[in-house]
Design a protein around this ligand. Structure first.
Ligand code: SAM
Ligand code: SF4
Length: 438
């Protein structure tokens, strides 16, 4: 393959992008290239981009500016742009950054070795056509983690929430055939992986359009049977599609962890409707009630957008009250960000940046107290943790409870990949501290 011997990837954005970078690495390593941690020595630098919010886009363009300087000293360096901004801008990236050599979209990864091969001479190569068979392909994957693995079960999204670019950039919803998913997980189990996270923008609608009799709860039941895998998680669930059957599967299946990320976005029905979320606050609370009744120790997390167009003080208060009422374990909160091509752009009453900023600060402050209180309820309890690496706090190991809380423990590095019982001795906002039970 071409003269390229080494490459370096910089990843922006969500787990899906992290996982796409593992695939890009898998393909290039399969062609004999070496991934290098040092951009200065790389023959090619790939920026795997995110455009979910404007801030992510700004980060990408400033990184691209830095790379231009590297190219000035090393004119042989190739710069490739992948991911959502590549899909969004296509050849448009070149008008802002003519020194970019390759642009390829998220559904064009399988063709990457061809793309790199075909890029010759000085003219850039753009591949954002999308591959209609991408979801049926097995893509070589070079995984960063040795204990936990992401497995895509579907691509794209059909929901068209009015603020979101995903359906335009990642395409319509396509589910992978379940045989391919199960085969991939069996191979991961054979390699010693213990935890699987099933990935999709809306995993609850898995199977739609496949013409097969396997929906998401059925898929979970099959994954639960794979020996060697000890824990199964999944992201993301859309409240509208969260069925009673899925709740039953979560209760019944021993490997499916007691944790659910269920984005609500806003507490106000007026705003939810304007976001095209297709559920009300009452519907959401009903689901939470059912989940807690069926899976008593379930930890719940959510996404909140503040400052959506038209969100007034009353709507915002409703969201704050909802946080108090539900008592999420933690939340991800974002200021609404205008995205090209989305219908929310045309809504009236866009909110001033200052107001968004103030609401974000307030939401995070309210949740911080709730998260800490929730975490404190773990103190004195015995938890099963899967030890997955070194703690960010020097000298310790780190693992996660089934409810997905980070626990730091004094333990030997030999325990990475093993499940241990610990007693929780203290709790902070971001993590717990535990002691391995004798
Ligand atoms: N598919 C998932 C869902 O529906 O919940 C997650 C999609 S997105 C990658 C993750 C989160 O980003 C969303 O839940 C939403 O809170 C946030 N988000 C998406 N578009 C946004 C925008 N234009 N401005 C601010 N936040 C946004
Ligand atoms: Fe975006 Fe909504 Fe689809 Fe999530 S469900 S990816 S927020 S359009």
């Amino acid at each position: 393959m071409s003269s390229m011997k080494s490459f370096h990837i910089i990843t922006f954005g969500c787990q899906m992008n992290e996982h796409d970078s593992e695939r890009i690495t898998g393909i290039l390593e399969g062609q004999g290239c070496i991934s290098t941690p040092d951009p200065v020595n790389a023959d090619m630098i790939i920026l795997n981009t995110c455009s979910i919010r404007e801030k992510a886009e700004q980060k990408f363009y400033s990184e691209l500016g830095r790379l231009r300087k590297l190219k000035d000293v090393n004119p042989g360096l190739k710069i490739a742009v992948a991911g959502c901004i590549a899909q969004q801008e296509g050849a448009g990236i070149l008008s802002r950054a003519p020194y970019v050599d390759i642009v390829f979209g998220p559904s064009d990864i399988a063709r990457l070795s061809n793309t790199v091969e075909r890029k010759s001479g000085s003219s850039p190569f753009i591949d954002t056509a999308g591959d209609p068979e991408y979801h049926r392909k097995r893509i070589p994957t070079s995984r960063v983690d040795k204990v936990k693995a992401w497995v895509s079960i579907m691509y794209g999204c059909d929901n068209f929430c009015t603020y979101c670019v995903v359906p335009y950039l990642r395409g319509r919803e396509r589910s992978r055939p379940h045989e391919n998913i199960l085969q991939e997980i069996k191979e991961l189990a054979q390699k010693g992986y213990k935890e699987i996270t099933l990935l999709g923008q809306n995993v609850n609608s898995y199977g739609k359009g496949l013409g097969r009799d396997v929906d998401f709860p059925a898929l979970l039941r099959m994954v639960n049977e794979i020996s060697g895998i000890e824990r199964v998680r999944f992201v993301t669930s859309h409240p509208r599609d969260l069925s009673d059957d899925l709740i039953a599967a979560m209760r019944e299946l021993p490997k499916v962890c007691e944790a659910l990320h269920l984005p609500i976005q806003s507490g106000s029905d007026r705003i939810l409707s304007s976001m095209n979320r297709k559920y009300s606050q009452k519907d959401y609370l009903e689901i939470v009630k059912k989940l807690r009744r069926s899976v008593p120790d379930i930890s719940l997390t959510t996404d909140i957008i503040v400052g959506f167009p038209g969100e007034n003080e009353e709507d915002f208060e409703i969201t704050l009250n909802l946080l108090e009422e539900v008592q999420f374990d933690s939340i991800f909160a974002f200021k609404y960000s205008k995205r090209p091509g989305t219908s929310a752009l045309k809504l009236a009453n866009h909110i001033r940046e200052q107001v968004k900023e103030a609401r974000l600060t307030q939401v995070l402050a309210v949740q911080k107290t709730i998260t800490l209180e929730k975490n404190k309820t773990y103190v004195g309890t015995k938890q099963e943790i899967l030890i997955d690496g070194f703690s960010k706090r020097g000298g310790k190991m780190s693992g996660r409870t089934r409810s997905n809380k980070v626990v730091n423990v004094e333990a030997s590095a030999d325990l990475i990949g093993s499940v241990s019982d610990v007693t929780i001795i203290s709790a902070g906002v971001n993590s717990l501290t535990g002691m391995i039970c004798a």
